[in-house]
Design a protein around this ligand. Structure first.
Ligand SMILES: Nc1ncnc2c1ncn2[C@@H]1O[C@H](COP(=O)(O)OP(=O)(O)OP(=O)(O)O)[C@@H](O)[C@H]1O
Ligand SMILES: Nc1ccn([C@@H]2O[C@H](COP(=O)(O)O)[C@@H](O)[C@H]2O)c(=O)n1
Length: 648
């Protein structure tokens, strides 16, 4: 169920299957830049296609680098040997930190005049520590707006002969990455000293590994200093394969752990150079069963059946740690994630965003400057999750749909930053609570059949017509006209409806046979024709979708309320057969009835239900017809069950 700006995920029951990951963002953008800085042509394969890599590719093209897309995920980059052909360019780099920081450093040392800008959030993300280090080397960089933040204007450097520069490591490891990648552009030995505790060390490992692949070996003293020797030059290795994205793997591993699995991820594994593969260790600490090979990982639910809380220093997995915060909703106890101060300067302030959104679903949250603490609620509430233009917020919160009510994700399109096809991949790996939708005209027997099918399968049952009947009844009791759309829609939001077995309660009072009269049916069909009323009752109907499954009967179950139903039946019978059934039904209840009048009522109701503009009664696309005119109840039930089994 999607619209342009939100995605309503149904409640999820399980997760299993095999997913092939898109290429790593961190590796894609590093390799593309190194290929551009090299001598020679590089074929880069399995490149991630996303907003962030598009920003890098676009930037390189504007700098005059030859970038040719040879296949969908394959680019041929003709390196410029450290000398960008275009000495004047304006680059817009969106919110791509992996493009902005390294390009700043490379351009600052490459003798041209450039401006670099991004989206508003990029202009709030600090870059002063990197600029200071570059200035120490002689770079000529101006802030165009706020001191210490993009946008930047870069002029040709007047290089100093500094042999040592210092850069802070405790704000973003991308500053060190950017400096190291640019240093081979200088023709001398330079040592970079790291000031403060270096965060996100695994990302530096990726940088060093990629530089080595392009022929530049960095000497190091632990995590304190790094030296690039004089005469270092990037040389194309010919072809480079980009690994699958380990941060993206975290959502699927967590889905396997929460939803039972087995869920296998291909494209990244024990031989990965990405630090985020260690997310799998954190998930194992929570009790998940993890297995892996060189290029794959697999997650299953815990043997005990329940994940458990952890207290973890997440410095080594800053991005994937966000996934742990949402997985904590499904763990016993309080989870604490520490050493995550870098979350505050990412796409959004991720500590604040995570705390706000987890509170919406009912979690008890505690947040500090560099930690977050999650205590799960007894019951995960359905909520509209804001995503703050942060792809990881959207992807993490998809996991919350494993709660009993599903989850609504606002602005799901923000995943395009790193994983444009995320939600379809996620849907392919997860199984929603199944719905069998049985629609049809009045007295066709859908209620009787749906109830029996639900009992046979141990599923829940929704009589959606009862909601419209109850609203009609409530309106009549309160003197609201049956065509007063706005008032009726408001009333629909106010009335308290409760189903207990055969009994139905309206505003705390049990409703009797009055609900089943043709008058109540007729009132229902009048209020049901109003768009605002239908919209007001939508969420109430969807809330019936609970594990292990739902059988729902009505007029628009398959077309509007549960369009992803696993089985859609359009159950009908001739108007005469239906009038006769209704006649018998009313007589059995000791109510008065006249078969000719019933036939007339049924025809009038059919006319209104099929001709209205709001969710008209129809055989929905994908629904199969079941005409029960010549079938008894048992035969009709058996037929629905047979069709369901055939679907499984
Ligand atoms: N296949 C069938 N053969 C004979 N009688 C049936 C059949 N299916 C249902 N009935 C009987 O028809 C009557 C009407 O059925 P039911 O109330 O289930 O219909 P419905 O489609 O849900 O109606 P409404 O939409 O008005 O609620 C019931 O008494 C039921 O027992
Ligand atoms: N999904 C639905 C269900 C019912 N209606 C309207 O309510 C009337 C009463 O329904 P019953 O199934 O209890 O007979 C019906 O005639 C419809 O007009 C609906 O619109 N959508």
């Amino acid at each position: 169920m999607t619209s342009d700006n939100f995605l309503d995920l149904p409640p999820l029951l399980s997760a299993r299957g095999t997913v092939t990951l898109p290429g790593s963002k961190s590796i894609s953008n590093r390799v593309l830049l190194l290929a551009a800085l090299s001598a020679g042509t590089t074929e880069v394969r399995d490149v991630l296609l996303s907003d962030d890599t598009e920003r890098m590719l676009d930037g390189l093209r504007k700098l005059g680098v030859g970038v040719e897309q040879v296949e969908s995920h394959v680019f041929r980059v003709t390196g410029c040997g450290g000398n960008f052909p275009n000495k004047e360019a304006e680059l817009f780099l969106g919110n791509a930190g992996t493009a902005f920081r390294p390009l700043t450093a490379a351009l600052a040392l490459s003798g041209g005049h450039y401006t670099l800008s991004g989206v508003a959030r990029m202009h709030e993300r600090p870059i002063g520590d990197l600029v200071d280090a570059l200035r120490a080397l002689g770079a000529n960089i101006d802030y165009l707006d706020n001191e210490g933040f993009p946008p930047l204007e870069i002029f040709p450097a007047t290089l100093s002969d500094a042999a040592r520069v210092s850069v802070r490591g405790d704000v973003s490891s991308q500053f060190l990455t950017a400096l190291l990648m640019a240093l081979p552009l200088l023709d001398r030995e330079v040592t970079v000293e790291v000031a403060g505790e270096l965060i996100s060390k695994p990302y530096i490992e990726i940088t060093l590994a990629m530089m080595k692949r392009f022929g530049v070996e960095v000497a190091r003293d632990g995590w304190r200093s790094f030296t690039v020797a004089a005469g270092s030059r990037y040389v194309s290795p010919g072809t480079v394969y980009v690994e699958g994205d380990a941060s993206s793997a975290s959502y699927f591993l967590a889905a396997g752990a929460i939803g039972g699995g087995p869920l296998r991820i291909e494209g990244v594994g024990s031989e990965s150079i990405q630090g985020d593969v260690r997310f799998a260790d954190a998930l194992a600490l929570m009790g998940a069963q993890i297995t892996m090979g060189p290029n794959w990982m697999e997650a299953r639910g815990p043997e005990s059946g329940k994940l458990k809380a952890i207290d973890l220093d997440c410095n080594h997995i800053p991005d994937a740690a966000m996934t742990l915060a949402v997985a904590a909703l499904f763990a016993e106890g309080t989870t604490t994630l520490r050493n995550i101060a870098s979350w505050r300067v990412k796409e959004t302030d991720r500590i604040a965003a995570m705390a706000t959104e987890l509170r919406k679903v009912g979690a008890t949250m505690e947040e500090g400057a560099d930690y977050i603490r999650v205590t799960p609620p007894a019951h995960i509430r359905h909520a509209a999750i804001d995503t703050y233009d942060d792809h990881r917020m959207a992807m993490c919160f998809s996991l919350a749909a494993f709660g009993t009510e599903g989850m609504c994700i606002n602005d799901p399109g923000c995943v395009a930053k790193t994983f444009p096809e995320y939600f379809s991949a996620f849907a392919g790996m997860t199984q929603a609570v199944p719905v069998i939708a049985i629609d049809g005209p009045s007295a066709s027997g859908k209620g009787t059949v749906a109830q029996r099918v639900a009992t046979a399968l141990g599923m829940h049952y929704l009589d959606s017509g009862a909601l419209y009947r109850l609203l009609g009844l409530a309106a009549q009791r309160r003197g609201v006209a049956l065509d007063a759309e706005a008032q009726l829609a408001k009333l629909a939001g106010q009335i308290d409806i409760r189903f207990e077995g055969e009994d139905i309660w309206l505003d705390g009072v049990k409703v009797g046979d009055e609900l089943r009269t043709e008058e109540a049916g007729s009132a229902a069909s009048k209020v049901a024709a109003l768009h605002q009323v239908r919209a007001a009752l939508l969420a109430k109907q969807r809330a019936f979708r609970r594990a292990p499954g739902l059988v729902a009967d009505g007029r628009d179950m398959a077309s509007v309320v549960f369009p992803d139903s696993v089985l859609k039946i359009f159950l009908t019978a001739s108007a005469e057969a239906r009038a006769e059934r209704r006649y018998k039904q009313l007589k059995e209840k000791g109510m008065s009835a006249n078969i000719a009048a019933l036939l007339q009522d049924i025809r009038a109701r059919d006319e209104r239900d099929t001709q209205r503009s709001a969710a008209p009664l129809q055989q929905a696309p994908g629904a199969s017809l079941l005409d029960t005119t010549a079938l008894n109840i048992e035969q009709a039930v058996a037929e629905v069950l047979a069709r369901y089994r055939a679907k499984k």
